[in-house]
Design a protein around this ligand. Structure first.
Ligand code: FAD
Ligand code: DLZ
Ligand code: SF4
Length: 512
């Protein structure tokens, strides 16, 4: 007998496991629900992007002749939850069971397990094989809580997928990882390529109006929305990236520039995470560009590494360490999130640049997330729970499976170093080296103390002093403690006093 195939908003792939054996009589259910848009108060642009992508995906299925039952947010009777909408749909369709693909977040995955018992019919939960590394394969790397190294995992993935491998089974160019070639600042004359935009069609316009009406008080802006929302647009965007941006992506992956939120980055994460593109087809395209001589190895390898290395690794960490991982707080951080993370009203230009871009685009690139925002949040000792919530809200590619390990493990060292070999703490000097932000800032990046000193310099030395014991036990971080110990103790005390005064002076209303 027929069944319901319940497709979630981040499973918009024709080949997703729950649709693979779609048969005549089956119904594909999709539902816009209040709970998913508000369990954290997502950025307006994220909700608009996803609802529009969901509606277009449903239309594509329908145009294939598939029976689609699509529940809109404003439909009368919408219960506001995924479980509630599944229950309601069972009243509309005579079926013998439900097929779903496992959800990407623990919260929803656990609910899927309960649906069968609650609804009194079989609910088959299938593995999400859009990911290239299966749960059982990752589990073989070690039990929960045991340290992991991304590089070993990445090499294993390169061998298995064959991306950028020679026929002899060696990495192209003789080296596995060309990270060192991905760290150049952008010379003044180099211009990032112009990005294509996609004029909102009638469907997207309707969604934009809905989001403005229902979620207009959430963080972020909707104006100028021009993101790809269909599979065809996503394919076109990938084609543009590989042709126009990938060649520069290699060298300038870690660079930042005033007023340039995307530079040579792909801006593909949201499209991949919601299913409009697969990670595999993005890697295929980059590897092909290298084979054709259209992109250098440092670019293709850098891009493939992020996808089959970091992305898969991060997802593996999430599922291996859940459900307790989100509560990690190895450094005992507990300060509330400063208000400027919501308002962008700060005189630290590097942070203002990153937060304004986040507000306007629901996006910032990796180095802004890691070394500007993340570094500040680490140095300032902000509560990991508040940081997780902020990152989950503000980015249109954010889902807990990818946000949480990046926050807990990568930026905050809150898991005590499960996969980061040391806390990624840096003074203002790093930002000065990799961007032109300091030239536009009221603070002086060369100053470590006193009027006009870069706050990141104060916070950095305060962080090293606060965690001196832990850092001195870590061979990769010990040098910072040794430098601190060579500094005049009176000066160190003064730095710490100023750091504290700076942090205590940051408005925190906690009302967002
Ligand atoms: P590019 O720079 O063009 O990279 C190519 C692709 O590699 C990305 O599209 C993405 O799919 C993948 N990728 C790169 N780095 C990572 C990584 N560390 N983890 C997982 N995938 C990676 N990415 C998300 O997709 N969702 C998140 O919620 C998210 N939260 C983050 C939070 C923090 C604190 C940090 C440091 C990183 C986070 N990332 C997240 C990873 C990364 O910053 C984004 O994937 C990237 O900035 C997206 O932009 P892009 O598509 O232009 O990426
Ligand atoms: C993020 C999101 C939002 C905002 N809205 C919906 C929705 O209305 N319906 C839906 O099926 N999915 C939505 N999503 C994506 C889900 O939150 C996502 O599927 C879960 O977090 C599991 O990864
Ligand atoms: Fe950021 Fe300091 Fe540079 Fe200002 S001077 S942009 S605060 S690193």
């Amino acid at each position: 007998m027929a069944c319901i195939r319940f497709v979630l908003g981040d499973q918009l792939t024709r080949d997703v496991s729950c649709l693979r054996d779609l048969a005549p009589g089956d119904v594909v259910l999709m539902a816009e629900v209040h709970e998913e848009a508000t369990y954290v108060r997502h950025h307006q642009r994220k909700i608009a992007f996803l609802f529009s992508a969901m509606r277009h995906f449903a239309m594509d299925l329908a145009s294939e002749g598939v029976a689609v039952d699509y529940v809109r947010l404003d439909d009368p009777g919408n219960t506001g939850s995924l479980g509630g909408e599944l229950a309601r749909a069972l009243g509309r369709h005579e079926v013998s069971g439900v097929v779903v693909t496992e959800a990407g977040e623990w919260r929803v995955r656990a609910a899927q397990e309960d649906w069968g018992a609650a609804l009194g019919l079989p609910v088959q939960v299938r593995e999400d094989d859009r990911f290239l590394c299966r749960h059982e394969e990752f589990a073989r790397l070690g039990r929960p809580g045991t340290p992991l190294v991304m590089e070993g995992f990445y090499r294993q993935m390169r061998r298995r997928t064959g991306y950028l491998m020679t026929e002899e089974g060696e990495p192209e160019g003789g080296r596995w990882n060309l990270d060192e070639e991905n760290r150049a600042p952008i010379p003044r004359g180099v211009r990032p390529p112009e990005r294509p935009g996609f004029e909102p069609d009638a469907v997207t316009k309707e969604v934009l109006a809905l989001v403005a009406r229902r979620f207009g008080n959430h963080f972020g802006r909707l104006d100028g929305f021009d993101y790809p929302v269909t599979r065809a647009q996503a394919r076109a965007y990938l084609g543009w990236f590989v042709r126009d941006a990938l060649p520069g992506f290699g060298a300038y992956q870690d660079a930042m520039r005033q007023g340039e939120p995307m530079l040579f980055h792909s801006h593909l994460s949201a499209l991949i995470n919601c299913g409009l593109l697969t990670a595999a087809e993005c890697c295929d395209a980059a590897a092909e560009a290298y084979d054709d001589g259209a992109a250098p190895l440092s670019a293709a390898e850098g891009f493939v590494r992020q996808l089959i290395g970091w992305r898969e690794f991060i997802r593996g960490v999430y599922w291996r360490e859940m459900p307790g991982y989100g509560a990690s707080n190895a450094l005992g951080a507990g300060r509330p999130l400063p208000d400027f993370f919501w308002t962008a009203e700060t005189e630290l230009n590097c942070l203002r640049q990153a937060i304004e871009g986040t507000r306007d685009n629901a996006y910032s690139h990796h180095i802004q997330r890691l070394m500007v925002l993340g570094n500040f949040l680490l140095l300032a000792g902000i509560d990991p729970k508040a940081v997780q919530e902020w990152y989950l809200i503000v980015y249109h590619d954010a889902y807990e499976w990818v946000e949480m390990p990046n926050v807990v493990g990568m930026i905050l060292y809150a898991d005590g170093g499960l996969f980061a070999t040391k806390p990624y703490a840096a003074s203002g000097n790093y930002i000065h080296k990799m961007s032109d932000y300091c030239a536009h800032c009221r603070y002086d990046v060369r100053k470590r103390l006193g009027r006009g000193a870069c706050p990141l310099n104060l916070l950095y030395w305060d962080f090293v002093a606060r965690h001196r014991e832990r850092l001195s036990r870590n061979p990769r971080a010990r040098h910072a403690v040794q430098t601190l110990d060579r500094m005049d103790p009176v000066r160190v005390e003064a730095v710490r006093r100023e750091a504290l005064a700076f942090l205590d002076g940051l408005p925190v209303s906690g009302t967002y």
